[in-house]
Design a protein around this ligand. Structure first.
Ligand code: UDP
Length: 253
């Protein structure tokens, strides 16, 4: 199974629906288990913030250059692809939605997840909540995301020993993307290292998602900014115009 990519805001972005991406995860997991996949694939997400940061050519740019699959976690990306591409993106792949497609496939195929990231206790709660939503879901390990560089080899060893197929890593950007590409070799045997931002906080049971109409209208960023006005308000103020510029000038088949 291959996937095609188009350039969205300057980033090669996968034209995979959520279902197709989950099927890809299942296939890669079988390949990893049989030794056909030498290194785990790095699977990451693009959105307006990522596009703006990417063009500053720093750590996020370097890490994303090495990612295997980059999906579109933002309605503005889908809209831009519809305007400027003959083969637009199938749909938005929000990680908070995709986790359910992935969990269904994981239960069906007996795949194991490992959750790395967020403050102590948060990923545990997320694992419990997702297990409740997907009975039989196997989360074989959980670890918070506040660690030093010197702890990384031990953490990788622990993840490998857990026999996880998919590592979900939510450390914020660009730390999670850098962690993923830097540790691919130390995580041999896994199928995917999937960056997931604030996914664990989302399923901790404390944070709320934007109303459906805002998600459809591409305004989830505005909802998030209204909940954390200083940090995210400042972020969106400088990233939105840059993202729009790149979406308009650098989106094509
Ligand atoms: N996080 C972490 N380790 C760190 C920094 C952040 O595990 O050193 C977690 C944080 O607790 C949150 C997630 O990374 O669960 C995403 O953080 P944030 O919302 O700041 O990410 P961003 O929106 O900047 O990508």
């Amino acid at each position: 199974m291959s996937h095609t990519t188009i350039v969205v805001g300057g980033i090669a972005t996968a034209r995979l629906s959520r279902t197709e991406l989950a099927a890809r995860m299942a296939l890669d997991s079988q390949c990893a288990r049989t030794g056909l996949l030498k290194y785990p694939r790095v699977v990451s997400s693009s959105n307006g913030f990522v596009i703006a940061a990417y063009h500053r050519r720093g750590a996020l740019h370097d890490a994303l250059q090495q990612a295997d699959i980059i999906d579109a976690d933002g309605m503005p990306l889908v809209v831009a692809s519809r305007l400027f591409c003959e083969r637009p993106l199938a749909e938005r792949v929000a990680t908070t939605d995709f986790v359910h497609d992935a969990a269904e496939v994981a239960v069906r195929d007996g795949l194991n997840f490992y959750f790395l990231g967020a403050k102590p206790g948060v990923a545990e709660n997320a694992a419990d909540n997702l297990r409740r939503l997907h009975p039989g879901l196997s989360v074989v390990g959980v670890r918070h995301g506040y660690f030093s560089e010197s702890e990384v080899p031990g953490i990788c060893e622990e993840i490998r020993a857990s026999r996880a197929d998919v590592l979900w890593v939510g450390l914020g950007s660009p730390r999670q993307e850098t962690f993923a590409v830097d540790n691919r070799e130390h995580l041999r045997g896994l199928a995917w290292i999937r960056t997931c931002g604030g996914l664990f906080d989302h399923y901790d049971g404390t944070s709320r998602r934007a109303p459906a109409w805002m998600q459809t209208a591409g305004l989830e960023w505005l909802f998030r900014a209204s909940r954390e006005p200083v940090r995210l308000g400042i972020r969106y103020l400088w990233t939105n115009p840059i993202a729009v510029y790149h979406l308009v000038t650098n989106t094509h088949d």
